[in-house]
Design a protein around this ligand. Structure first.
Ligand code: PRX
Length: 636
């Protein structure tokens, strides 16, 4: 018998030990008993972090949509697979059963095929949180096409960079999207992007807001009539365990986003297993993750993990503040949500509002509360626990990354005692390590260091699309034979982990990974800008906000700096998207640099966080004189 579902702490320790001592036996049992395979593997795991090369369930054959949909039909055909809750509460929610999901996915898959998409082709999906998003993801997987969902808040430039990087031949989008009171012209953004992406042959357009849009003949096609005419049966494509499932872009410390590639079998097994345990999902539960499917959280814990377990998963199109700050709680009451998974930034934003917004709704259905995306501060943790969970629903602070595919460190609710701000213990199969400045592993408890993982788990990303060397350098070169996460962490006296934040040039803003380099590249495109450096500073809702230090080519006393600030943020919005806008922009005469010309961000970070008591030795700088000047004019 496999240990698929952990029910108490003793069992956790037992299962964890087994998973570390005999990982292959552990994962093989789970894979064998809980999934449908067309052919079994010949080897459970082979790996070499020095190349790096990782293979799970080698030579097994399967299709993830057979596991997410078809195998549930005999027993759960009429069960709701997806609840779609629209942006406006005036529009009715939609309940899509497993039978209906099967039909929708098959039809969509046939439409893809009829429009020239074949196994291995890349398809970019740029859609709002409407059912077509989940359905198109699954339709790609059904025919072996590699989906790459781009969050529909990204700009046309960011979109075309991603299309070109993975050489997608098709884009799936909608006429527009609803976001609270606003509508967004998604198709217009796609049109602009495609001016820079001539490789795209077809654009499928879903109708959502009924806006007037232009359709380019020979390229753009309305989705609805195609779906109406498509057959509702579509055989699965038989995939190899290591065939690509999707590419998801994440920003890194250079300008170019990293297309993290996830493959089929390991990703499926790990996301399903972690979903079951971290949320303790029971058969009639309603589960809701508020993330967008454009992020990894949505891929793994709105679509694949829940559906693999035959769960009911809710997808919400709107925002927490529309029509008012009670919207989340109204949805919890309306659909009797049992597991609720959101981000600290949302919790902090809601905690600022009148608590009556929470108390006006019946939240008694809730059993588990989740948090993801950044460290959850104690105040937010306590508010969530008290007002939403009524101190009876454990909070699972889940730590993981786009690269990890699934949750690596998290409490198991009602099993692991929780502790505010701690992600607590590694899940089975995960062996964390903390590393010191000399690259040595730090043993024992009550220590802190840089967080690594010692061995591969099934859903680790296999490469960066088109750039294996960068994959190796980013994750496997800092420490020999270990996966480096880019995060710092501490281990307390009981062995619990607390993630302290990024240790590289990535800043987490409202739970979104922001590489500083792409933002600086965008700013530097302004004709008046000479140079720029971005650092983070604490923000009470976003967790971190962005502070830009900018030098201008010609300093003119009459420069309209407010106007320049607007233009800089406009450039960032165009190149990346509004989520990357700067909260503060300080124009400076020079940036502090080392003698080799590297910008000393450490000093800028201290200035931005108003922590200038101990700047360290600045005398070795190339230009120590600029530091005082920057401090004197700081916007803090
Ligand atoms: O710094 C960690 C932070 O988010 C980073 C990963 O971001 P992304 O790839 O966008 O994935 C976010 C959703 C999985 C991590 O390196 N992070 C994520 N979850 C937590 C966290 N930091 C602290 N606590 C968490 N629970």
């Amino acid at each position: 018998m496999s240990n698929y579902h952990i029910k108490n702490l003793e069992e956790y320790f037992h299962v964890y030990k087994k998973s570390i001592q005999e990982p292959e036996v552990f994962w093989e049992e789970i894979a064998e008993e809980h999934f449908t395979w067309r052919e079994k593997w010949t080897n459970v795991l082979s790996w070499d972090f020095s190349k790096p090369e990782i293979k799970w369930f080698e030579n097994a054959k399967l299709n993830i949509t057979e596991n997410c949909i078809d195998r549930h039909l005999p027993t759960r055909g009429d069960k709701t697979a997806i609840i779609f809750e629209p942006n406006s509460p005036d529009e009715d929610a939609l309940h899509i059963s497993y039978n209906e999901l099967h039909e929708r996915v098959c039809k969509f898959a046939n439409v893809l095929k009829l429009n020239g998409v074949a196994k291995g082709d890349r398809v970019i999906i740029y859609l709002p949180m409407i059912p077509e998003l989940a359905v198109s993801v699954l339709a790609c997987a059904r025919i072996g096409a590699v989906h790459s969902v781009v969050f529909a808040g990204f700009s046309s430039t960011a979109l075309s960079t991603r299309i070109n990087d993975c050489e997608a031949k098709m884009v799936i989008t909608s006429d527009g999207s609803y976001r609270g009171k606003k509508t967004i012209d998604l198709k217009g953004i796609v049109d602009e992007a495609l001016d820079e992406s001539p490789g795209v042959e077809t654009v499928l357009v879903a109708k959502r807001i009924n806006s007037e849009i232009t359709m380019k003949s020979g390229r753009d096609i309305w989705l609805e009539p195609l779906l109406e005419n498509a057959s509702s049966e579509c055989e699965i494509e038989i995939m190899d365990a290591e065939d690509p499932l999707f590419i998801l872009y994440t920003s890194g410390s250079t300008g170019k986003p990293k297309g993290m590639l996830h493959t089929t079998a390991g990703y499926m097994v790990f996301t399903a297993y972690t979903f079951k345990n971290v949320f303790q999902y029971q058969d009639d539960d309603v589960y809701w993750c508020t993330a967008d499917i454009g992020w990894i959280t949505g891929h793994s814990y709105i679509v694949y993990g829940p559906l693999c377990n035959g769960a009911t998963t809710l997808m919400f199109e709107g925002v927490p503040s529309y029509p008012d700050y009670g919207r989340f709680w109204q949805i919890v009451e309306e659909h009797k949500v049992n597991q609720f998974y959101t981000a600290p930034t949302a919790i902090r934003a809601l905690a600022k509002e009148n608590v009556d917004f929470v108390n006006s709704y019946d939240l008694s259905s809730l059993k588990v509360l989740g948090s993801v995306g950044e460290p959850i501060n104690e105040e937010a943790w306590c508010w969530y626990n008290e007002h939403v969970g009524k101190k009876k629903s454990p909070i699972v602070d889940t730590w993981w990354q786009t690269e990890t595919g699934g949750i690596l460190i998290s409490p198991i609710p009602h099993v692991t005692p929780t502790k505010p701000t701690f992600a607590t213990l590694p899940l089975p199969g995960i062996e964390p390590a903390l590393m010191d400045e000399n690259g040595e592993e730090i043993n024992g408890n009550q220590v802190d260091g840089k967080l690594c993982v010692k061995k591969p788990w099934p859903s680790i990303a296999r490469t960066i699309w088109g750039d294996h060397q960068r994959y190796k350098e980013t994750y496997f070169s800092a420490y020999e034979n270990k996966y480096f996460t880019g995060d710092g962490a501490l281990r307390d006296e009981t062995g619990y982990y607390r993630i302290t934040g990024r240790v590289d040039d990535v800043i987490i803003v409202s739970g979104h990974n922001m590489g500083t380099a792409p933002i600086e590249d965008a700013i530097n495109e302004h004709p008046m800008v000479a140079e720029s450096a971005i650092v983070g500073f604490p923000h009470d809702v976003k967790g971190n906000a962005l502070y830009g230090f900018v030098t201008l080519k010609e300093v003119d006393e009459s420069s309209e700096t407010d106007n320049l600030r607007k233009q800089i943020n406009q450039l960032i919005t165009e190149q990346i998207g509004p989520i990357a806008k700067l909260d503060k922009i300080q124009f400076v005469n020079g940036l502090p640099k080392t003698r080799s010309g590297k910008i000393m961000r450490r000093i800028l970070r201290k200035i931005a966080t108003n922590d200038t008591g101990n700047l360290g030795d600045i005398s070795t700088l190339l230009n120590p004189e600029v530091v005082q000047d920057i401090m004197d004019n700081s916007l803090q």
